[in-house]
Design a protein around this ligand. Structure first.
Ligand code: M6R
Length: 363
């Protein structure tokens, strides 16, 4: 039941600190700063990883691609399941397929899994529903432990998918000798800090709701991010489209001047996801391009980022400071709450948006 919340989406958004802590209790060793999985996953012998999913689960794969590549040095290909299954991609025994699905029943993701298995690839399922078809048909299945997700818009499943994928990337790095004990301990402690950071981010809800009131009047919205914040920009745009029916697009910040900047005027809010990290200055220079054209930019960063670059922005939102590994998980919160409150202001059906089903079991 919804408890004190008006919608399942709100309840599920607010459950994130608890379910993430539960997931880490399962996937991190209790008294050591190490990843510890209940089932063996072998990354040592894999030549490449292909990650296949749909919608929000695909964006989780997109974030994880950065982690597997930068932490473990494994080449990763990502694809949406409806494309993967029909383009006849080469697959061999050195290919590890990771199939990410909340429901575990998404038709295209299941078909992609069957395609990979039929060609001799190894398969790992990352699912919420442990009894699902995708879990049963994969060589190994790991649950994200998010608990039931009722709202059509995926929230806690996304962040729990990311949490488990981060653990897998750390494990892969260890197995391939790309990280030492101290490095692993550092990353694990960053993960352990995440539930507390999520709880802090959720306290920003009144400020986010204020911004959402303005955003709810927009016809078009752009989301920008670089590196692992690029898939977060895509996810923020998807959430907004899905439940508020506002047209939104996510772009890699560096792509702005290759087309989308033509859309920018004072009527188009541009939401810039830019934690203080190695790419911060680059993203901010893209934000300046928006401002120079009369655009309205919302800078979502931490206090240091806002201090450095907030002047001139239309609005700012000060997030807790987070390590680069966990920032993409943390920044899901403002993306979710912005979409949620924009939808509430518009009066749309948040939990059952028009034309959508929770689980897409047909092609
Ligand atoms: O159950 P799955 O994770 O396989 O579902 C995939 C997508 O249909 C799903 O993430 C969809 O994009 C969400 N409604 C987005 O909020």
């Amino acid at each position: 039941e919804k408890g004190p919340y008006k919608h399942f989406m709100a309840k599920e958004t607010h459950e994130q600190p608890i379910v993430l802590a539960d997931a880490f209790a399962r996937y991190l060793a209790p008294h050591r700063s190490e990843v510890h999985l209940p089932e063996e996953v072998d990354f040592a012998g894999c030549e490449r990883i292909v990650m296949v999913a749909c919608g929000t689960a695909h964006y989780a794969c997109h974030v994880a691609k950065y982690w597997f590549e930068s932490l473990a040095g494994i080449p990763v290909e990502i694809d949406v399941a409806s494309e993967f299954r029909y383009r006849e991609p080469p697959v061999g025994p050195g290919t590890l397929g990771i199939f990410v699905s909340q429901s575990g029943e998404t038709a295209d993701t299941l078909a992609a899994l069957r395609y990979l298995k039929g060609r001799g690839g190894r398969s790992l399922a990352v699912v919420n529903v442990e009894t699902s078809t995708i879990a049963r048909e994969s060589d190994v299945a790991l649950p994200i432990l998010a608990g039931p997700e009722i709202g059509v818009a995926s929230t806690k499943a996304f962040t729990c998918q990311l949490a488990l994928l981060a653990c897998l990337a750390i494990l892969a790095a260890r197995q391939r000798g790309a990280i030492d004990g101290a490095g692993e301990a550092g990353r694990v402690e960053e993960l352990r800090a995440l539930p507390g950071l999520m709880a802090t981010a959720l306290t920003l809800e009144p400020a986010i709701a204020e911004i959402a009131r303005d955003v709810s009047h927009a016809r078009d919205v752009l989301f920008l991010g670089r590196g692992p914040m690029y898939p977060l920009a895509l996810e923020g745009a998807l959430k907004l489209k899905e439940i508020s029916y506002i047209h939104a697009e996510g772009y890699a910040s560096g792509e702005l001047k290759h087309g989308p900047i033509a859309l920018v005027d004072e009527a188009v809010p541009v939401i810039v996801l830019a934690p203080s990290d190695a790419l911060f200055d680059k993203t901010v220079s893209n934000m300046q391009e928006v401002l120079a054209r009369g655009g309205r930019a919302l800078l979502v960063s931490d206090a240091a980022g806002i201090e450095a670059a907030g002047a001139g922005a239309w609005r700012t939102l000060a997030m807790p400071r987070a390590a680069p590994l966990v920032a993409p998980i943390l920044y899901a919160v403002p993306a979710q709450l912005l979409a949620y409150h924009a939808a509430v202001f518009k009066g749309t059906d948040v939990d059952q948006p028009r034309n959508l089903a929770k689980s897409v079991t047909v092609e």
